[in-house]
Design a protein around this ligand. Structure first.
Ligand code: GLN
Length: 484
């Protein structure tokens, strides 16, 4: 069985035809990981023995005639999503030895659906970053060009899917961490509506922004994974009981007459010419498929970066207070007092970017600055939400680039945090507004690097997002593969 380009559909066709077994696909996938991971750095933990064991169990189920929605699908899980008995580090020294006693709800649901956890993927430490260079356990290389970043923070998941080291992966998206690596690696990345997928077991970064989302090779696979992980979870009070539609059935609808809004603010200065051309070419193709193109405005876009980096760091400074060396994770040696133990544990356990975020967040929440920064940012967030509500009165979906550039060079932005933050300009909007967004590949740059297009929808309209993205993919498939 060829695992390069393997999707859930193809795998299931082959399993149904008895042309392969779950065990064979699992073993091939592990072989490929062993062959390529040294070069790519996509996985931090490989779940070899357990995966093979489970594959055999699933083959026995299949032989009995049982079937499940993600039967035998090798999935990779970002290392900030808890997996029972399997190390979960958040790519941080402070959790280097943390083995969760429970599964995240999304993981639990994937397992119930018949998936196999093949391993845990590298990411920026605590999901803070846009290039995966903030991992305490090494960089991830972009499968399209080993000298480039895969995007972050779910860089390992993006690279693993692009390099066929798994069929699908989970990432987390606080400000673009599913969509940016998807764009840089030439695959599909979906950030669901806030509350669509349970956050139980996702290590908290910015709790009002965080969502788990799938990274896949096709839009149909994104629909399949979302179907399984979406829905109310009593363990996450922010998860929604909004009904979960049949996403797969929704894929086959027409896109005739769908109104696609193009915000002027997404095509301004800072946008790379080649990305702009590719995205416009794709917009014209949507029009050829029957979509109506309308101009919309998102006037507060220019404040989004400042607003996001205040809210996200404020929430992070509070969420990360729990890593104190007392109950679990790393503890500094040789401290004489409790206070010294806290201080040294956090000093030694956290990397530079995480410390920067904790300090920024603590500052914007402190007395005297709270009103000027944090409260002001909340007001701007409300204005950004209003921008989207007003825009969605005139259109059904909003289209633009996922990122202002293609994958940049390793090291290029590490000395300048602000330049790094600017890569998030188009992705953070969806998190601030709590709406769903998807990134799909729409072409390659002259240097052979993938270009991502992003679609946004109204809250809980993932079905429409998937339908329109799928119509594009069907008409203009992105079939190039990284030169591995
Ligand atoms: N790059 C953004 C940040 O560093 C987004 C990260 C994310 O979505 N987890 O906060």
């Amino acid at each position: 069985m060829e695992i390069v380009g393997l999707t859930v559909d193809r795998l299931h066709e082959a399993l149904r035809a008895r042309a392969t077994s779950v065990r064979e696909v699992c073993a091939r996938t592990l072989e490929r990981i062993e062959a390529l991971n040294g070069r790519l750095g996509a996985f931090l933990t490989i779940n070899r023995d357990e995966a093979l064991q489970r594959a055999e169990d699933l083959d026995r189920e299949l032989a009995r005639g049982d079937w499940r929605p993600l039967m035998g699908v090798p999935v990779a899980i970002k290392d900030n999503i808890c997996t029972r008995g399997l190390r979960t580090t958040c790519a941080s020294k402070i959790l280097h030895n943390f083995v969760p006693p429970y599964n995240a709800t999304a993981v639990e649901r994937l397992l119930e659906a018949g998936a196999i956890i093949i391993g845990k993927t590298n990411c920026d430490e605590f999901a803070m970053g846009s290039s995966n260079e903030n991992s305490a356990f090494g960089i991830v290389r972009n499968p399209w060009d080993a000298e480039r970043v895969p995007g972050g923070s779910s860089g390992g998941s993006g690279a693993a899917v692009a390099a066929d080291l798994c069929v699908v992966a989970l990432g987390s998206d606080t400000g673009g961490s599913v969509r940016l690596p998807a764009a840089f690696c030439g695959v599909v990345g979906l950030k669901p509506t806030y509350g669509r997928v349970s956050r139980y077991g996702l290590v908290a970064y910015g709790s009002s922004l965080d969502q788990i989302g799938p990274i896949t090779k096709t839009v149909a696979d994104a629909a399949r994974v979302l179907q399984v992980i979406a829905g109310r979870d009593p363990r996450d009070s922010t998860s929604s009981n909004h009904p979960v539609p049949d996403y797969l059935a929704a894929l086959n609808g027409e896109i005739n007459g769908v109104r696609l809004g193009v915000p002027r603010e997404y095509f301004g200065p800072g946008l790379d010419e080649e990305v702009k051309e590719a995205v416009w070419r794709a917009i014209h193709r949507f029009a050829d498929l029957g979509a109506e193109i309308v101009e919309v405005r998102l006037p507060h876009t220019e404040y989004a970066i400042a607003c996001y980096y205040i809210i996200a760091t404020a929430e992070a400074s509070s969420n990360l207070a729990r890593y104190d060396g007392v109950r679990y994770g790393y503890r500094a040696e040789g401290a004489r007092t409790l206070r010294e133990m806290y201080r040294r544990t956090r000093h030694e356990g956290f990397g530079a970017e995480v410390k920067r975020r904790i300090m920024l967040g603590t500052y914007v929440l402190s007395a005297g600055y709270y009103d000027a920064y944090y409260l002001k940012a909340l007001k701007v967030r409300a204005l950004i939400e209003r921008d989207f509500r007003e825009a969605f009165a005139r259109c059904d979906l909003i289209v633009g680039p996922t990122s202002p550039t293609v994958a940049f060079r390793l090291g290029e932005k590490m000395a300048d945090p602000l330049a790094m933050y600017l890569s998030d300009v188009y992705t953070i909007m969806a998190n601030l507004a709590a709406i769903p967004a998807i990134s799909i590949p729409v072409g390659l740059s002259r240097e052979g690097l993938p270009i991502g297009l992003q679609l946004h929808a109204r809250p809980f309209e993932e079905a429409m997002l998937l339908r329109v993205a799928h119509a594009y993919e069907r008409a203009f498939p992105f079939s190039q593969k990284p030169p591995l």
